[in-house]
Design a binder for this molecule. Structure first.
Ligand code: GRF
Length: 202
């Protein structure tokens, strides 16, 4: 059975593209059934349209409250009946309604080695701290900021002449490979979450 993925994006969507490319092979075991965003006019949505995948946008500013936005986002995602929801550079925290529906099967990718450097500036924070190794983390989304149980991690070296941008680009190359590998395994093998410990299988 092919796993149904809904992917949420806010930006350039290179992680989304990596998933779309992987899904072109039926042996991968998953298909992207819809791409959602919290803003218009982003390359991520364009990539979805180019691939012939349905899109939707739910902007926080169009709703009376954060709760109303969360409910609308949840409803939009639910209409595509996903097995797994992938936050791929989605720059919003999902709320309680979303987690009530999709908790345990929503994953997010973060450009640092958790639990180090959570938040919006993972690469810059790692550089400022002076670590020699950073990386990326795929985790099961919970109510915190980049705190969920860890599914996969890849280490990436920090070079002497790195800027936050060059470091982030190196991390993103690793991040795309990690995401494609781990989501594929989730689709084909399933995933078991026991407390903070995650393993593939069922
Ligand atoms: C990724 O590094 C993601 O972890 C971070 O933003 C980047 C998104 O890149 N939160 P893209 O939109 O997939 O190209």
């Amino acid at each position: 059975m092919t796993a149904r993925l809904v992917v949420l994006v806010s930006g350039s969507g290179t992680n989304l593209q990596a998933l779309l490319d992987a899904c072109a092979d039926p042996a991968y075991g998953a298909e992207v059934v819809a791409v959602g965003a919290d803003r218009d006019g982003i390359l991520g949505l364009e990539r979805a349209e180019r691939a012939g995948v349905a899109t939707f946008v739910r902007r926080v500013a169009d709703f009376e409250s954060r709760e109303a936005w969360d409910a609308a986002l949840t409803e939009a995602v639910a209409s595509y009946a996903p097995d797994v929801v992938v936050l791929a550079g989605f720059m919003k925290l999902v709320g309680p309604a979303f987690l009530a529906s999709f908790g345990g099967r929503t994953v997010n990718t973060h450009p640092a080695l958790s639990p180090s450097f959570p938040g919006m500036h993972g690469p810059a924070d790692a550089l400022a701290y002076g670590v020699k190794v950073t990386g990326c983390t795929l985790f099961v989304v919970d109510a915190g900021v980049d705190t969920g149980a860890i599914i996969a991690q890849t280490a990436v070296p920090v070079e002497d002449d790195d800027t936050a941008e060059t470091l982030h680009e190196r991390i993103k190359t690793a991040e795309r490979a990690m995401l494609v590998e781990a989501v594929g395994r989730m689709a084909r093998e399933g995933v078991v979450v026991e407390g903070r410990r995650v393993r593939f299988g069922h």
